[in-house]
Design a protein. Structure first.
Length: 420
């Protein structure tokens, strides 16, 4: 541990983190479950609370056109280390996803500011607002603006509540014309790092509180439609059926079987399935489902996707079914910078923890931020690997360890290595 970090009180950091998370957890659009969507009044309340915490931590606070709250701690150089995550949630959310990363950044900056530790670089703590995509049909708008890759065409997107993206910005009190000004200059940023609950069971299984992320998995999404012929369940012989559900089931099981061949490298998920006419005594005439493929190897993901397409076509031909496969998303893998990985590993080691290296199967703001600068992530153990669920939980002790590791990472950060 660095000499300047010896004053870290892990239990105090964890208790503070839990208190802050509880305070944000009651800011919701609904009384019985946590729902906090982008650019809503509840987002405004959460952002204002985060801004107040930043000021209490002795940070200079600002906000951009897309509602990203920024807390700035000036160092000897204007070159910035960015630390962030998001404060929006999914519907019926847990309290820790995203929010802990913002809280960790604030608490780490607070410790450094109050300790009077001089830094050779500056810190910006960022509280993004659109990582989950719970309101509009795309994600990462706020981090894309910060990274300078926001597409102005997104302002025409329409939410389920009827609001356009641009109108929502105005209702929030900001101006869409100011979005471009949210972007950092590339030469003013060293790196972006994020602390996040794992959202998976690996660290708990390994009995480790911390993990170092190697990459954010690439994602391919398909919408798959099998078309057959509806018919009477009792009168159409099996040999003459064109059962869309039977064909879809065969394709779904093929996707699972192929993913298992890669022994943990690939995950395949069918999370939505719609069949018609959806009657107990009628052969399904049409089935539509989604397929989500993820892996940290883009070539492997392309190979699996092509194998699935070929097999689905063969199934449709053999069963005399129609088939339509539409690719709705193709997001490449985002590698985490090896220097940042090593920095987090060294910080964890200084605290006495191994911090195994593992990929992230979930998406994060780092995917957008990688277009601006090198990115890195530190995972913290969460109970049962449960996330996007009210049962989501990280213990105060583990959160305190994660904040302490972030402080240690900051104090060891070699800004010169990211200036070339």
């Amino acid at each position: 541990m660095t000499a300047a970090a010896n004053s870290i009180d892990i239990d105090d950091l964890g208790a503070r983190a839990e208190t802050m998370i509880e305070a944000l957890g009651v800011i919701s659009e609904e009384p019985t479950r946590l729902v906090r969507r982008f650019l809503t009044p509840e987002h405004r309340r959460a952002a204002d609370l985060v801004a107040a915490w930043m000021r209490e931590a002795k940070l200079d606070v600002g906000e951009d056109a897309l509602g990203t709250v920024r807390g700035h701690l000036a160092g000897a150089s204007p070159k910035r280390l960015l630390i962030g995550s998001h404060i929006d949630t999914v519907v019926d959310a847990g309290r820790y996803d995203g929010i802990f990363g913002v809280v960790a950044g604030i608490l780490a900056a607070r410790h450094i500011a109050r300790s009077g530790i001089p830094l050779p670089f500056s810190i910006d703590v960022l509280a993004f607002g659109d990582e989950e995509g719970s309101r509009f049909p795309a994600t990462l708008a706020s981090s894309a603006a910060v990274a300078g890759i926001f597409d102005p065409a997104r302002c025409a997107q329409v939410a389920a509540d009827g609001a356009t993206f641009g109108d929502a910005i105005r209702a929030y009190g900001n101006n869409p014309d100011d979005i471009a000004a949210a972007a950092y200059r590339r030469d003013n940023v060293a790196a972006y790092v994020e602390v996040h609950i794992e959202q998976g069971p690996v660290l708990e299984a390994d009995n480790q509180p911390l993990g170092v992320v190697t990459a954010i998995a690439g994602q391919t999404y398909f919408t798959v439609e099998f078309s057959g012929e509806a018919g009477h369940a009792g009168t159409v012989p099996m040999r003459l059926r064109r059962d869309a559900l039977a064909g879809a089931s065969e394709a779904i099981l093929f996707a699972e079987r192929v993913a298992r061949e890669y022994r943990g490298e690939v995950v395949a998920t069918v999370g939505r399935l719609v069949l018609t006419p959806n009657a107990a005594n009628v052969i399904p005439g049409n089935v539509t489902f989604t397929l989500d493929l993820r892996t940290t190897s883009d070539q492997t993901r392309r190979d699996v996707a092509e194998r699935f397409r070929n097999e689905a076509r063969a199934i449709a031909e053999r069963r005399h079914l129609g088939l339509a496969i539409t690719q709705t998303r193709d997001t490449p893998t985002t590698p985490c910078d090896i220097r940042l990985q090593d920095g987090f590993a060294a910080a964890a080691s200084a605290l006495g923890y191994k911090a195994p290296r593992l990929p992230s199967g979930a998406g994060h703001d780092g995917q957008a931020m990688s277009k601006l600068c090198p990115v890195g992530m530190l995972f913290v153990r969460c109970r049962g690997g449960v996330s996007h669920n009210p049962a989501e939980y990280a213990s105060p002790r583990d959160m305190g360890i994660a904040v302490a590791a972030l402080i240690e990472f900051i104090l060891r950060f070699d800004v010169g290595a990211f200036s070339r």
